[in-house]
Design a protein around this ligand. Structure first.
Ligand SMILES: C[S@@+](CC[C@H](N)C(=O)[O-])C[C@H]1O[C@@H](n2cnc3c(N)ncnc32)[C@H](O)[C@@H]1O
Length: 320
C-alpha cells in the first residue's frame, strides 16, 4: 500500500494541518497537546514506513515543512524552560527534571556515550557540540554523568540561546569551568575545529538534506583526521520529525554505526570517523571495512543482541 494511504501517515497529515494553522508555536496547552500527539504517533517502530519512498509531492512537502515546524517549536520549548530553570536562586542544574524531555536526553546521551566508548580507545578531552541551544542538555548530561574531565565547547548561531545556556551552568562550580559557549553559524566555525576529539552535530542543524550535507562537508573540511563525528538522524515514522542522515551524506568519513532506538528516544544516532587518522581509524579498518560509496556498501541490519530487544543497529561492510 502506498505510504500516503497509510492510516498513521493520514493521522500525521491531520496533525500537521492543525499545527501549521497555529498562531504561535510557543509552549501552550494546545501546542503541547498537538506536539505530544505528533510525537506519540511517530514513535512506533513496528511499521515499514520509509519516507524516502514517498512519491506524493504534497506529502514530501508536508514532511519538510513539519520538520521545520518541529525545530521551531523545540527551540521555543527550550527557551521557555531555560528561562524558568535559570531563574532558580540555587544551582539551576538541580532543577533540570522540570524540562519535559529531560529523561529522553538522559537516555539519548547515555546511548551516544556508549556508542562513543565502543568506538574510541581513549576518553575525549575536548568535545564540540554544534547546535547546543538554550537548553544544552546533551552537553550537560555528558559532562555531569559520563565525562567528568572533558571540556565541552558549545556552538550556537543564536546569541540569546547561549546567554540562557551559560546562565544555566553559571552557578555550578564544575560545569561553569568545563562548558564553553561560542556564538557562530557552524559554517563560519573554521579554525580550532581540528582540536576536538569528538564533534556532535545537533539534529536541528541542517533541517533539510542540502543544508545538513553542507554542514557535514564543512566539518569534514575542518575536523582532525581520525576525529569522531556524532550525528542525529531518524528512522521510520520518526523521519517526519527530524531529517535523515544517510551514510552517503558522510563523504570523507568512515561510518561506524547507525543506531535506531525503539523506545522513546526519538533520534537515531550516527557515529562516524573522519578518514586519514593514523591511530584508531587504522586499527578500526583492520577490524571493519571502510565504508565504500554507499552504492557499493551493503548495509545489513542486525538485531542488537546486547539485551536491548528490537533496536536496529546497522553495521557497514563493503561488498566483497
Ligand atoms: C534547540 S537546540 C537542540 C539541541 C539540544 N539542546 C541538545 O542538547 O541536544 C538546536 C540549536 O541549533 C541551533 N542551530 C541551528 N542551525 C545552526 C547553525 N547553522 N549553526 C549553529 N547553530 C545552529 C539553533 O539555534 C538551536 O538553538
Amino acid at each position: 500500500m502506498a505510504c500516503e494511504n497509510n492510516l498513521v501517515v493520514k493521522q500525521i497529515i491531520d496533525l500537521y494541518s492543525q499545527i501549521s494553522n497555529l498562531e504561535s508555536l510557543k509552549p501552550s496547552k494546545n501546542v503541547d497537546t498537538l506536539f505530544g500527539q505528533l510525537v506519540s504517533t511517530c514513535l512506533p517502530t513496528d511499521t515499514d514506513i520509509d519516507v524516502t519512498k514517498i512519491h506524493d509531492e504534497k506529502v514530501k512537502d508536508m514532511r519538510s515543512h513539519l520538520i521545520k515546524l518541529c525545530g521551531e517549536a523545540e527551540g521555543y520549548l527550550e527557551q521557555h524552560f531555560s528561562t524558568i530553570i535559570g531563574s532558580f536562586e540555587d544551582n539551576p542544574l538541580n532543577h533540570l527534571h522540570i524540562f519535559p524531555y529531560y529523561n529522553n536526553y538522559l537516555k539519548l546521551s547515555k546511548l551516544e556515550f556508549d556508542l562513543l566508548a565502543e568506538h574510541t580507545s581513549h576518553v575525549p578531552t575536548k568535545i564540540a557540540f554544534i547546535g547546543s541551544g538554550p537548553m544544552p542538555l546533551t552537553s550537560i548530561v555528558l559532562a555531569k554523568f559520563h565525562l567528568p574531565n572533558t571540556t565541552i565547547h558549545n556552538f550556537d548561531i543564536d546569541s540569546e540561546a547561549n546567554i540562557l545556556a551559560s546562565n544555566l551552568v553559571s552557578r555550578d562550580l564544575d560545569l561553569s569551568e568545563r562548558m564553553i559557549f561560542h556564538t557562530t553559524d557552524v559554517l563560519n566555525a573554521k579554525e580550532g575545529l581540528d582540536q576536538y576529539d569528538v564533534v556532535f552535530l545537533a539534529a536541528l542543524v541542517g533541517m533539510d538534506k542540502e543544508s545538513k550535507v553542507k554542514a557535514i562537508e564543512h566539518l569534514e573540511k575542518h575536523m582532525a583526521p581520525g576525529a569522531v563525528l556524532m550525528l542525529r538522524s531518524a528512522h521510520g515514522l520518526r523521519a517526519f520529525l527530524y531529517p535523515i542522515v544517510d551514510s552517503c551524506d558522510l563523504k570523507g568519513f568512515e561510518v561506524l554505526t547507525i543506531y535506531h532506538p525503539s523506545d522513546d528516544v526519538v533520534n537515531s544516532v550516527v557515529i562516524a570517523r573522519k578518514l586519514g587518522g593514523l591511530s584508531e581509524a587504522h586499527s578500526s579498518q583492520i577490524e571493519r571495512c571502510v565504508v565504500m560509496p554507499c552504492n557499493c556498501s551493503k548495509i545489513h541490519a542486525i538485531m542488537n543482541s546486547r539485551g536491548i530487544k528490537k533496536n536496529m543497529i546497522e553495521e557497514f561492510t563493503a561488498i566483497e
